[in-house]
Ligand binder design. Structure first.
Ligand code: 4AD
Ligand code: MG
Length: 480
């Protein structure tokens, strides 16, 4: 007999039907009521065991954490909070879970701290919180592909191991280093790939943008969606050393079109999760309400999770230039001390996350797209404005998160790009292929990158990015 998922059983009205369901025991009450979960939904299904006709030895093995296969009949439930339950005819233990051992794990049914859950990331999928988060993450990933596929974009896979540094920021994980003074050669004078595989310094990619640009310059509209790596200090609640980035790249598109795309895209995928994961979102919303109760009044959120999501979906993102933002920040009194930790002294300074969050949460009270940043704080590939000082950059800022996406219109003019590359001290030969795109049929084009985990953080209301990815990679943390 085939298993039916708990989610399908809970929605079924096929009463008296013989069914089979397999899952993990969340709890076993009064030698009678199994709360069974199979990961298909936040909800458990109640399975009622006929304990008088079940051997004592078998009952003893139905413990929290054990895996079981249950055969029985689906019936209407008399119990509170559930519409259906399973009248068990047969329990098969698939895998035992020793109650004494379970005590040291997060399977123990009680409230655990998120820190403790992180230490047992291999068991997090068995908890309600992580089941809900990861179902939302999965739905978001699907919605992301669906959005681009339905809007005429092609999915391109850009390299994971790369010889270029897209951001020019020097925050890369080394794959191989070639000592240029001591290149290993074979007897016949070729570079010996057994000693240096690529014959070139290579790293894990920090962004697929530059390679995505090459495909946009032929296929028109493309997107990447893959893992990216940054050896930056990720001891914050917003940074990971390994994260998944979505990067659309669009030919014949200027900055305004890029902003329109980012806004429409983000709204669309958030709408999708609200529609397809209502139970998980409701669970996460209640979790936040519980969490808020232990906080001082001033720190509690004024909106529920669903209100926040709807707010983003229903309201226009405010578009503000860097220069306007700096003026606002200079004239602001963010708190009782009336000061930011980092003061914006002059035009040209980079914004810190406290500034970004102030603009979004206190000043505009809605998502903000900041654009036209000073050239000197942004990457070499961004298109120079007529003023010669600012570039056509944009950052999308979200409440509780700060920067959720960043992008730009790209510099499509060969001479201007060469000039910028020189100014930034980058070797032109390193980017010969990138410059070729400007030599043969260059066009205005734009794109952005959005970190999946930051979007998951927003959609789930979680506070730490380590809880938005199954196995977070941060300094001194690669256990799994
Ligand atoms: O702003 P970033 O560095 O932009 C780029 O990499 C561009 N090449 C993107 C493009 O235009 N195609 O990164 C883009 C986004 C950020 O807005 C943030 O959401 C996420 O990637 N991000 C991180 N997420 C988690 N951990 C980190 N260490 C991240 N660094 C960036
Ligand atoms: Mg950025």
């Amino acid at each position: 007999m085939k298993n039916t998922k708990v989610k399908a059983l809970l929605a079924s009205t096929d009463f008296l039907k013989e069914i089979q369901v397999s899952g993990w025991v969340r709890s076993f009450r009064s030698n009678r009521f199994i709360a069974l979960n199979d990961g298909s939904t936040i909800h458990n299904i109640q399975c009622v065991v006929d304990f008088e006709n079940t051997p004592e030895a078998l009952l003893k093995r139905i413990t929290t954490g054990a895996s079981v296969k249950i055969n029985g009949t689906l019936v209407e439930s008399q119990g509170k909070g559930q519409t259906v339950e399973v009248q068990v005819t047969k329990v098969t233990i698939l895998g035992d879970a020793d109650p004494e051992e379970v005590k040291r794990t997060i399977l123990q049914p009680k409230r655990h701290t998120l820190e403790f859950l992180r230490e047992q990331a291999h068991l997090r999928a068995r908890t309600n919180t992580f089941g809900a988060i990861m179902r939302v993450r999965s739905a978001l990933s699907f919605a992301i592909h669906q959005y681009f596929q339905q809007n005429g974009f092609y999915y391109v896979n850009t390299p994971i191991i790369t010889g270029s540094d897209a951001e020019g920021a020097g925050e890369m994980f080394r794959v191989s280093t070639l000592d240029e003074k001591n290149i290993p050669l074979t007897e016949d004078g070729q570079v010996d790939y057994k000693q240096d595989f690529f014959g070139k310094e290579t790293n894990l990619t920090v962004s697929g943008q530059l390679e995505a640009e090459t495909y946009a310059m032929g296929m028109g509209q493309v997107y990447t969606f893959g893992p990216t790596f940054r050896a930056e200090n990720s001891n914050t609640s917003r940074h990971l050393a390994e994260f998944w980035m979505i990067e659309p790249e669009v030919a014949f598109c200027e900055l305004d079109g890029n902003m329109d795309l980012a806004e429409d895209f983000i709204k669309s995928v958030l709408k999708y999760v609200m529609e397809t994961c209502p139970d998980d979102i409701e669970f996460l919303e209640n979790r936040l309400i519980q969490e808020d109760k232990s906080k001082p009044q001033a720190e509690r959120s004024t909106m529920t999770l669903r209100e926040k999501l709807n707010f983003v979906i229903d309201n226009n993102f405010k578009r503000v230039s860097y220069t306007e933002a700096i003026e606002i920040l200079r004239n602001s009194k963010p708190n009782k001390k009336k000061k930011f930790k980092y003061l914006i002294e002059e035009w040209g300074a980079d914004l810190q996350s406290e500034h970004e969050r102030y603009l979004v949460e206190k000043h505009f009270e809605c998502p903000v797209i900041l654009f036209d940043y000073p050239a000197n704080i942004k990457a070499f590939y961004m298109r120079m404005n007529e003023d010669g000082k600012t570039v056509r950059a944009m950052d999308v800022l979200f409440p509780g998160i700060g920067e959720i996406a960043g992008g730009s219109q790209r510099e499509e003019r060969l001479e201007v790009l060469q000039e910028r590359i020189k100014e930034m001290g980058i070797e032109e030969e390193e980017l010969w292929w990138y410059l070729d795109l400007r030599k043969f049929g260059t066009v205005p084009h734009s794109g952005f990158g959005l970190g999946l985990e930051r979007l998951v953080l927003f959609a789930t209301g979680m506070g730490n990015i380590r809880d938005a990815i199954p196995f977070p990679r941060t300094p001194l943390n690669a256990e799994f």
